[in-house]
Design a protein around this ligand. Structure first.
Ligand code: KG4
Ligand code: ZN
Length: 342
């Protein structure tokens, strides 16, 4: 049974291969955060198969909701709102979460709040760091997005830079495939790179025009592929550890340099990193060190809140809820929902 002053939100996240449901109190207190992962299922295909993901979301969603309520020791009638990711993501996967959220909102007569998945990733930091509040510089590093944003308020931000081609996580996953490391590639490269030399191979560091805060990662991915092919043609054995370490070093160098530059430009002393690639050990260590040298502070979510979860979606929805913002039941799923200035 909940207290009257508390805002209890049930959030659903199903944009990719995790069926996740969370119950949160006043945005930042997590009462339950359940994740049914499909990684093992998609591993054998070397990546997420959209149709299979949707089917598994359907199988899982009701159990995950029951488990989240049970762990929070609450009932449906204790809920004040339903939050759900409505994009970006795989359309079939998003629709499973969205339809469930709409049904709950309709049946319980409580607001439906659609959340942009990437805005949710940023909010993972609010859960972990209770003192954190905007403004700050946001760095989003995920499987589908690479953005530098100036976060002005909980719902307001300016996009300062973004990738012009591949997202950083996508580059990690593609390079991991070239190296035969399997899916998801990011954590595997992170691990294996610890045994290699970051300066062994000079992969390109693409900075684009002078002062640009945009990224481009497709060149480095091709450079790794060309390097592996040319070594094989010459019958020279490749050292996967050195390739992984050199690739990672080149990517991290560019990200860190641009992020520090962006923070200086936007006059922000706090940098907040979010998204699956925020779990990367070299990014965490290098950015922290460089930021400290510049008198800046960096926040990361704990590893379990870096990758997809529903707690971050509930947290983002809370800030809409307290302003009375919600969606009606015509809300659709948007696979390519943009992260634009608000
Ligand atoms: O944010 P996320 O869970 O999903 C999207 O919203 O896209 O990010 C998934 C991405 C994958 O590309 C995965 O390989 C990458 O995050 N990732 C990592 C690490 N852990 C996950 N990349 C580098 N190092 C890691 N430790
Ligand atoms: Zn994500």
């Amino acid at each position: 049974m909940k207290n009257k002053e508390e805002v209890i939100i049930l959030a659903i996240e199903s944009s990719c291969d995790e069926t996740a449901v969370s119950i949160s109190k006043n945005g930042r207190d997590i009462l339950s955060n359940i994740i049914a992962t499909q990684i093992k299922i998609h591993e054998e295909f070397g990546g997420v198969v959209p149709e299979i993901a949707s089917r598994h979301h359907l199988d899982n969603i009701n159990h995950v909701i029951d488990e989240a309520l049970k762990e929070a020791e609450l009932e449906f009638h204790d809920l004040d709102a339903i939050a759900v990711t409505y994009g970006p993501g795989l359309v079939g996967a998003l629709l499973v979460g969205l339809s469930t959220a709409k049904a709950l909102s309709y049946a319980l007569h409580i607001p439906l709040i659609g959340v942009h998945h990437i805005e949710g990733h940023i909010c993972a930091n609010y859960i972990a760091h209770k003192e954190l509040k905007p403004p700050f510089l946001g760095l989003i590093l995920s499987g589908g997005h690479t953005h530098i944003i100036d976060v002005l308020d909980y719902q307001k931000y300016d996009v300062l830079g973004k990738t012009r081609d591949d997202a950083v996580g996508e580059a990690y996953d593609k390079v991991a495939r070239v190296l035969g490391l399997g899916y998801p590639g990011g954590p595997k490269i992170d691990e294996i790179a610890k045994k290699g030399k970051g300066d062994a191979i000079a992969f390109p560091r693409v900075s684009l025009e002078k002062g640009s805060l945009d990224f481009s990662f497709s060149g480095i991915k091709t450079a790794v592929l060309n390097y592996v092919n040319s070594q094989k043609q010459k019958n020279i054995p490749i050292c996967i550890e050195d390739i992984a370490a050199s690739f990672q070093k080149a990517v991290v160098d560019v990200i860190v340099q641009k992020t520090i530059h962006a923070a200086q430009k936007a006059k922000r002393e706090i940098i907040v990193v979010a998204g699956g690639v925020a779990a990367n050990s070299l990014i965490r260590e290098t950015l922290k060190r460089r930021a400290e040298e510049e008198g800046m502070k960096v926040y990361y979510p704990p590893i379990d809140l870096c990758t997809d979860n529903a707690a971050m979606i509930g947290c983002r929805a809370y800030y809409d809820y307290i302003e009375g913002k919600s969606h009606d039941l015509s809300l659709d799923a948007y696979p390519n929902l943009k992260l634009e200035a608000q």
